[in-house]
Design a protein around this ligand. Structure first.
Ligand code: PAF
Length: 284
C-alpha cells in the first residue's frame, strides 16, 4: 500500500494501472476509519484491481466550524487498517492541494438537496459535491463506494453522476452496526460511555418502529419515533422524516410508494448522529 499526497503523483500511479488494463475503485472518506468504512474498502478491493481510499476532512462541507475543528483525525491508524484489508493507494492530500483556490462551483440537485440535511446543514451537500467531483476527476474510478448511512448523500451523488455523465458506477453499501445496534460513525468516538448508552435509543427506536409500522399508519409511526426520542433524556431530535427512498420527498401513506425510508438526525449531547431504516425495501 502506498500513501500519496498530491494529485500529480496519484494520476501518474493510476495512469500506469489504467494502461495495464486494471480497473480502479474509489472509496472517499474523511478518515477516522471504522468497520463501516472497512466494509466499503473490502468490497472495493474485491471488485476492482486497484483500490484507492481517499482520506480528506473536506472543509467546504462543514457548515459548523466547531464540528470541523473537532472532527477526529487519525491518519496513522487509518493507514494501518487500510493496509490490513488490501487497499492499494491511500490518497491523503492537504487542503491546499484540493483547493488551491476557493471552489466557486455551485451544485444544486433540488429537490433531493432541499430537504432534511439540506435544510439543517446549508451548503453541506454543495461542499460534498465539490470534493467528490474533484476526487472523481482526479481518480477517474470505474466504481465508487458510499455507505447508506448517509442516505441523502448517496442519492445526491447518484444524481450528480447522472447529470454530469461521469463514466463510473456508484455502489451503495448497507449500514454497519455495532452488535447492540448503534450505527457506526466516526462521530461515535466523541461520545462518552454514558452518551453512547443514551445514543443506543436511536437505533432501538428505529427497529421498534418497523414492527410498529406493520399495524399503524405512517403518521402514527412518525409520531411513535418522535415521541420515543423526546422521552429520552440527553437526546434532542433534529428531524425524523419518512421519505420515498428515490426522491427523498415526504410520504404520507404506506401505500403511496414502493420504497420507503425513515431518516433521523439526533443530537446526543453535542454530537450530531444520523441513522436511517427501511420500511419498504426497494424492489429492483
Ligand atoms: O461521507 C463522507 O465521509 C464524506 O461526505 C465524503 C463522501 C468522503 C466527502 O467528503
Amino acid at each position: 500500500m502506498k500513501l500519496i499526497q498530491t494529485i500529480k503523483e496519484l494520476q501518474a500511479a493510476l495512469g500506469e494501472c489504467r494502461a495495464q488494463g486494471k480497473t480502479i475503485g474509489l472509496v472517499p472518506t474523511m478518515g477516522a476509519l471504522h468497520a463501516g468504512h472497512a466494509s466499503l474498502v473490502k468490497r472495493c478491493v474485491t471488485e476492482n484491481d486497484v483500490a484507492v481510499v481517499s482520506v480528506f476532512v473536506n472543509p467546504t462541507q462543514f457548515n459548523d466550524k466547531n464540528d470541523l475543528l473537532k472532527y477526529p483525525r487519525t491518519l496513522e491508524a487509518d493507514c494501518k487498517l487500510l493496509e490490513g484489508i488490501g487497499a492499494t493507494y491511500v490518497f491523503a492530500p492537504s487542503v491546499d492541494e484540493m483547493y488551491p483556490e476557493p471552489d466557486t462551483r455551485h451544485f444544486s440537485y433540488a429537490p433531493l438537496d432541499t430537504v432534511m440535511e439540506g435544510v439543517h446543514r446549508p451548503g453541506h451537500f454543495n461542499g460534498v459535491c465539490q470534493i467528490v467531483s474533484k476526487l472523481f476527476e482526479a481518480v477517474r474510478p470505474d466504481r465508487a463506494y458510499f455507505g447508506e448511512k448517509d442516505f441523502q448523500q448517496l442519492a445526491i451523488i447518484r444524481e450528480m453522476v447522472r447529470q454530469m455523465h461521469y463514466p463510473l458506477q456508484i455502489v451503495g453499501c448497507p449500514i454497519v452496526r455495532e452488535a447492540d445496534g448503534l450505527a457506526l460513525s466516526s462521530r461515535n468516538a466523541r461520545l462518552s460511555a454514558a452518551e453512547r448508552e443514551t445514543a443506543l435509543n436511536i437505533s432501538r427506536t428505529l427497529f421498534s418502529s418497523v414492527e410498529y409500522a406493520k399495524t399503524h399508519t405512517l403518521a402514527e409511526t412518525k409520531r411513535f419515533v418522535e415521541d420515543a426520542i423526546a422521552a429520552v433524556e440527553g437526546l434532542e431530535l433534529e428531524y425524523f422524516e419518512i421519505v420515498d427512498g428515490n426522491t427523498l420527498q415526504t410520504v404520507r401513506a404506506w401505500e403511496d410508494t414502493g420504497y420507503i425510508v425513515g431518516c433521523i438526525t439526533v443530537y446526543c449531547g453535542e454530537v450530531r448522529l444520523i441513522d436511517n431504516i427501511k420500511y419498504k425495501e426497494e424492489t429492483k
